[in-house]
Design a protein. Structure first.
Length: 130
């Protein structure tokens, strides 16, 4: 448990050398999976966005999800692309999931905040822009 906490602390502060020097999204995903056993993360980088297709954390409430999203945000900031996701909460967990993503700066892609370049016809879309 202490080891995981120390790794998380270094990752959040940007002190972890392997994550700070990543050159591609694929490399970042590989390193995040390696350092976070139980993490399911599938994402791809298009010319105008980074899309998270699937993200699941085995043990919730340990800060892993926050750490992973912040690392993805740092990468997105470096390449100048928004992150787009389609949250699919577990039954009865919609409010928790929305608060989690909103707390990390994501907004719902609707109303006055609609960005048609990243919209989806299928379900809710949320985005974060650097």
């Amino acid at each position: 448990m202490i080891r995981i906490h120390r790794i998380a602390h270094r990752l959040v502060r940007g002190r972890h050398s392997s994550l700070g020097k990543v050159k591609s999204l694929e490399e970042l995903i590989f390193l995040l999976r390696k350092e976070n056993p139980g993490l399911t993360l599938n994402a791809y980088e298009a010319s105008h966005k980074i899309e998270i297709q699937d993200i699941k954390v085995e043990e919730k409430g340990q800060g892993t999800g926050t750490k992973v999203i912040r690392q993805l945000q740092e990468y997105a900031r470096r390449v100048g692309k928004p992150i787009v996701l389609h949250p699919e909460p577990e039954r009865g967990k919609t409010g928790d999931l929305m608060r989690f993503y909103k707390g990390l700066g994501f907004v719902k892609n609707k109303g006055r905040k609609t960005d048609f370049t990243i919209s989806s016809l299928f379900g809710l879309t949320m985005y974060w822009k650097p």
